[in-house]
Design a protein around this ligand. Structure first.
Ligand code: CAP
Ligand code: MG
Length: 413
């Protein structure tokens, strides 16, 4: 017989192997508890320990214990043997590394900050089907950022009004029309009508302007319903779907990813509710880790913030974007999306901070243009083109009226 106790999971001499999943947490131990004791409990509870000392027949036990192997102030590192995990099941992995430990009394707070994913675990996931290649494979953006817009108001527009806004935006120079997150299949704007009419408008615009355009239609729903919507997008000739990945759950994302492969559809990941996990500095799951999960599950784009330039709080956008496009045993990279309070006046700073391999998405910053959506779309495209040519926005505004009006309205920061 062998004993397994909470304190058996600490070994500061342990060197993680290249098949371990290595997780970094920030913890604040419970009052009266040392960081060592709390770290050992985190490793225990997230692998094969529990609160009671266990006595197990050694012959029956496969050693799947995690090891708390480094402590630096409040930062602890835990290494998990890959055999602890079910290949290809994000739900199972998260039940370990972001499960009971998030609520255990041994810590006041705990935040999963970063993961180093070993090849055996990564190879269980498909990763993105297209990733950054959508700029060339599905659109004509070339090396410039892809431009996207979401009609506002978020909900309430009739199908006709929604489609008209999309058409105006495409004609003004936007590549992708996107549904807002809370628009799915409501009576005022039913899913299939909107899908069919938007894609018909897309075809007309493409014909007229000679640039490929597409539509990020929000298929988010209960999983079976979502699969039916994905099939409909393929039937109507769409090239993309939008999924709100946190609210619908990672297993649903994995299921949709499989169905999208059948239809060659790319997945645009919106991340509503991410802030419930990542906003608190000391507790939860970082956006960096949520983005890693999204890449493994196979989304092609994901929102990662605006490097502090927009309306929403952001965690380290450049660092997350770097991870999304870094080498991961040959897995396709994910194209990051900058969105939230953007307008033409901040595009130069945005591209300085994040580079050009991104999607720039603006809702209010296009449709709130004093001369309407078409002018707003032109202003955004003018701003991107000036930034890429190294021309200041003020100078570009001298001979671009739409940009000039946008800068007057919102300023250049
Ligand atoms: C942006 C947006 C996006 C958020 C998502 C909105 O609209 O459509 O959903 O940017 O946040 O509903 O707020 P505006 P994030 O361009 O009018 O701000 O990208 O941070 O996930
Ligand atoms: Mg939105």
């Amino acid at each position: 017989m062998t004993g397994i106790e909470y304190d058996d999971f600490l070994d500061l001499e342990y060197e993680p192997t290249d098949t371990d999943l290595v997780c970094e947490f920030t913890i604040d131990p419970a009052e009266g508890m040392s960081t060592e004791a709390a770290a050992s409990r985190v490793a225990s509870e997230s692998s094969n320990g529990t609160w009671a000392a266990l006595h197990v027949d050694e012959d029956e036990l496969t050693d799947l214990s995690a090891v708390a192997c480094a402590i630096d102030g409040h930062e602890i590192t835990v290494a998990y043997p890959d055999a602890l995990f079910e290949a290809g099941s994000m739900a199972q992995i998260l039940s370990c590394i972001a499960g009971n430990i998030m609520g255990m009394k041994a810590v006041e707070t705990i935040r999963l900050e970063d993961c180093y994913w070993p090849e055996p675990l990564v190879s269980g996931f498909p990763g993105p089907q297209f990733g950054t290649s959508v700029a060339h494979e599905k659109l004509d953006a070339g090396d410039r950022p892809i431009l996207a817009t979401v009609p506002k108001p978020k909900v309430g527009l009739s199908t006709d009004a929604h489609v008209q806004i999309g058409e105006d935006a495409w004609r003004g120079g936007i590549d992708l029309l996107k549904d807002d997150e809370n628009l799915t299949d409501q009576a005022f704007n039913p899913f299939e009508d909107r899908l069919a009419d938007s894609l018909a408008a897309r075809d007309r615009v493409e014909e007229d302007v000679g640039e490929r355009k597409d539509y990020l239609v929000n298929v988010t729903a209960e999983t079976n319903e979502m699969l039916e919507r994905v099939d409909l997008v393929a039937e109507h000739g769409g090239g993309f779907v939008m999924v709100d990945v946190i609210t619908c759950g990672w297993s649903a994302v994995q299921t949709v990813r499989e169905r999208c492969e059948r239809h060659d559809l790319a997945i645009h990941a919106h991340r509503a509710m991410h802030a419930a996990f990542d906003r608190l500095e000391h507790h939860g799951v970082s956006m960096r880790v949520l983005a890693q999960i999204a890449r493994l599950c196979g989304v092609d784009h994901i929102h990662t913030g605006t490097a502090g330039l927009g309306k929403l709080a952001n965690e380290d956008t450049p660092g997350i974007n770097e991870w999304l496009t870094s080498d991961l045993y040959g897995m396709n990279p994910v194209l990051p999306v900058a969105s939230g309070g953007l307008h033409p006046g901040v595009v130069d700073q945005l591209l300085d901070a994040l580079g050009t391999n991104i999607i720039v998405q603006a809702g209010g910053g296009i449709h709130g243009h004093p001369d309407g959506t078409h002018a707003g779309a032109k202003a955004l495209r003018q701003s991107v083109e000036a930034s890429l040519e190294g021309v200041s926005l003020e100078d570009a505004a001298d001979d671009h009226d739409e940009l000039a009006t946008a800068l007057e309205k919102w300023g250049a920061e």
